[in-house]
Design a binder for this molecule. Structure first.
Ligand SMILES: NC(=O)c1ccc[n+]([C@@H]2O[C@H](COP(=O)([O-])OP(=O)(O)OC[C@H]3O[C@@H](n4cnc5c(N)ncnc54)[C@H](O)[C@@H]3O)[C@@H](O)[C@H]2O)c1
Length: 477
C-alpha cells in the first residue's frame, strides 16, 4: 500500500529532549521481550504460556449420571480455538474423545492428544480428516476448529459420513462453501451447529428474551453500534524444530509456515478482522433486531500492517441499514487492530433505553433508562435488572459555562447474569444436548448462513466503494 512504510516517521525530531514518535516497525519490535528469539519467539512464547495455562486450568468432567448417553467425539483442528473448545468439553459430562485430527503433528496434534490422555481419553491422532472418518466409525460428532477455508470441505465430509457437526465461525470464507454445508446438513439429517457462542450465553439470552422480548426496556431500537478494538500484535510464528514439511503444507493449502500460522489475514483462507471478530457481533445485531440487513456500506484498508502478509483490511468501519418489524435502524460496526482501547461490546439504543452488552466481563451488560421512559421498578423487583446507580450531577468545573440544554445522563442498571463457565461451554452443551435429542440448536446452519451473508458482504462493499444492498432471498440457503 502506497506510503504505508512512511507512516509515523515524519514528525520525529532528533535529540534527547524531543521524545521521538515510534514508527510501526519499532512498535512491533518493541513487543519482543525476548530479543534473542525475535518477534516469532515472542508470539510463540505468549501463545505457549496461554495454552499451558489453559491446559492446567482444564478440569475433569463431573461424573456423568448412569443414564446419560455417551457421545463419541472427534476434534478436527487442534490449534488455539481447538484447545479452548477441548478445555470446555472436558467440563461437560458424557463425552468420550476418540480422535484428534490436525495436520500439525509436530506440535498442536501432539499437545491435545497428550492432554486428553491425561484425562483418560484414549484418542488416536490423524493428519487427514478422510482417514479419520474412514477409521473412526464410532464417532457420533466432530467438532471443527480448522481455518475458515477448510470448514466447508470438513463439515460436508463429516456430515456425509453420518456425524453431527459443531463447526466454528465464520461458517465458511465463501457463500458457496456455506451453502454446501447447509445442503449437506439437510440431506443427511445430521445436526450442524455454527460456533457463534453468544447465542447460548445466558447473559445474551437473558437480554434477548427478558429485557428486549418480554419487558421491551429499550422501546423502539433506532441505532446500534459496536466494536472490537485490538492492540498491535506481532505475527504468529513457530520455532524451526516444529516446522511442517513443505509438501504437507502445500497439500493442505498453505504456501509456507508464515501463511499457515497467520491464515486469517490471507485472501482465500480467512476474511480478516471483520470476519474473524466482527462476525460474532454482527450476528448479535441481526439476532436482537430480528431482521437481516437491507444494505451495507463500508470503508476499510491496510492502514498499518504490511499488505504483503496482511492481505485483508486491518481497519474496517461499516454501516448497515435494517428494516425491522418496528421500523428502520442504522447500525455501525468498527474493528481495528492497532489499539485495544475499550475492547469489544455491542450497544443498542432505543427511544426508552440503551443496552451495552459484551461477552467480556469488562462490560458485562448495563442498561440505561432514558428519563422519559416508564419506570422499571417491576423489572428491578423481578430481578431482571439491578436497582439503578443514580448518576451524580457533576459539580461545576471552575471556569466552565453551564448549559441548561445539556442532556442528563441516564441512570445505570446492571444485568445480574454472569457466565461462570468458559465462554464456549454453553454453546457446546447446547450442541450435545441436541445430539441427545434434548434441545434445539441455538445456531443451526441456516442462522450461520444468514450471518455469513451479512458479514462477508462488508469486504465486498469496501472494494466496491459504494453501498451494496441485500435482497431478502440472499439470506435463503
Ligand atoms: N468462536 C470463537 O470465539 C473463536 C475464537 C477463535 C477462533 N475461532 C475459529 O476457530 C477456527 C480456528 O482458529 P484458530 O485460532 O484455532 O486457528 P489456528 O491456526 O490456531 O488453528 C487451526 C488448526 O487447524 C489445523 N489445520 C489446518 N488445516 C487443517 C486441515 N486441513 N486438516 C486438519 N487440521 C488442519 C492447524 O494445524 C491448526 O492446528 C477458525 O475458524 C476461527 O475463526 C473461533
Amino acid at each position: 500500500m502506497a506510503g504505508e512504510d512512511e507512516k509515523g516517521k515524519g514528525t520525529a525530531k532528533t535529540g534527547a529532549e524531543a521524545p521521538r514518535k515510534l514508527d510501526r516497525r519499532e512498535v512491533l519490535a518493541g513487543l519482543s521481550t525476548v530479543p534473542a528469539l525475535g518477534l516469532f519467539g515472542y508470539a510463540w512464547n505468549r501463545q505457549r504460556q496461554y495454552q499451558q495455562a489453559r491446559v492446567q486450568a482444564a478440569s475433569a468432567a463431573p461424573v456423568a449420571s448412569a443414564d446419560l448417553q455417551v457421545i463419541n467425539v472427534g476434534l478436527l483442528g487442534a490449534g488455539a480455538q481447538g484447545q479452548v473448545l477441548t478445555d470446555a468439553m472436558l467440563r461437560i459430562p458424557g463425552l468420550r474423545f476418540r480422535a484428534v485430527c490436525d495436520v500439525w503433528t509436530e506440535y498442536n496434534q501432539k499437545r491435545v492428544v497428550n492432554q486428553l490422555g491425561k484425562f483418560k481419553h484414549e484418542v488416536r491422532g490423524y493428519v487427514d480428516y478422510r482417514e479419520m472418518l474412514d477409521k473412526e466409525k464410532e464417532l457420533d460428532a466432530v467438532v471443527i476448529a480448522t481455518p475458515d477455508f477448510w470448514h466447508s470441505p470438513h463439515a460436508v465430509a463429516c456430515l456425509e459420513a453420518g456425524k453431527h457437526v459443531y463447526c466454528e465461525k465464520e461458517m465458511s470464507n465463501t457463500l458457496e462453501g456455506a451453502r454446501a454445508m447447509v445442503a449437506a446438513a439437510r440431506e443427511t439429517g445430521k445436526l450442524l451447529q455454527i460456533g457463534h457462542q453468544r447465542r447460548s450465553n445466558p447473559r445474551y439470552l437473558h437480554c434477548y428474551q427478558r429485557l428486549l422480548g418480554e419487558a421491551k426496556l429499550l422501546g423502539r431500537i433506532v441505532t446500534v453500534s459496536g466494536q472490537w478494538n485490538r492492540a498491535v500484535a506481532a505475527d504468529l510464528g513457530a520455532p524451526a524444530r516444529y516446522a511442517i514439511p513443505d509438501a504437507r503444507l502445500r497439500q493442505y493449502g498453505f504456501k509456507d509456515m508464515h501463511q499457515f500460522r497467520n491464515w486469517r489475514w490471507y485472501k482465500g483462507l480467512g476474511g480478516g478482522p471483520i470476519v474473524d471478530l466482527g462476525s460474532h457481533q454482527i450476528d448479535i445485531y441481526t439476532w436482537f433486531l430480528g431482521a437481516n440487513p437491507s444494505q451495507v456500506m463500508a470503508s476499510g484498508g491496510q492502514l498499518y500492517y504490511d499488505s504483503k502478509t496482511h492481505e485483508w483490511y486491518d481497519t474496517v468501519m461499516a454501516v448497515y441499514d435494517y428494516d425491522t418489524p418496528a421500523g428502520p435502524v442504522k447500525a455501525y460496526y468498527q474493528t481495528q487492530t492497532t489499539n485495544g482501547s475499550q475492547g469489544y461490546f455491542e450497544n443498542f439504543m432505543g427511544d426508552q433505553g440503551t443496552l451495552l452488552i459484551s461477552e467480556s466481563e469488562t462490560y458485562g451488560a448495563k442498561l440505561y433508562r432514558d428519563p422519559n421512559a416508564p419506570a422499571w421498578d417491576t423489572w428491578v423487583q423481578k430481578g431482571y435488572v439491578t436497582a439503578p446507580k443514580v448518576q451524580e450531577m457533576k459539580e461545576k468545573t471552575e471556569g466552565a459555562v453551564l448549559d441548561v440544554r445539556e442532556s442528563v445522563s441516564p441512570d445505570e442498571h446492571k444485568v445480574p447474569v454472569v457466565l461462570g463457565d468458559p465462554y464456549h461451554q454453553p454453546h457446546l452443551q447446547n450442541f450435545f444436548d441436541a445430539v441427545r435429542g434434548k434441545a434445539k440448536l441455538n445456531c443451526p446452519a441456516e442462522i450461520g448462513y444468514e450471518s455469513a451473508v451479512s458479514v462477508l458482504k462488508v469486504n465486498e462493499a469496501i472494494e466496491a466503494k459504494s453501498p451494496l444492498s441485500f435482497k431478502p432471498e440472499d439470506f435463503h440457503s
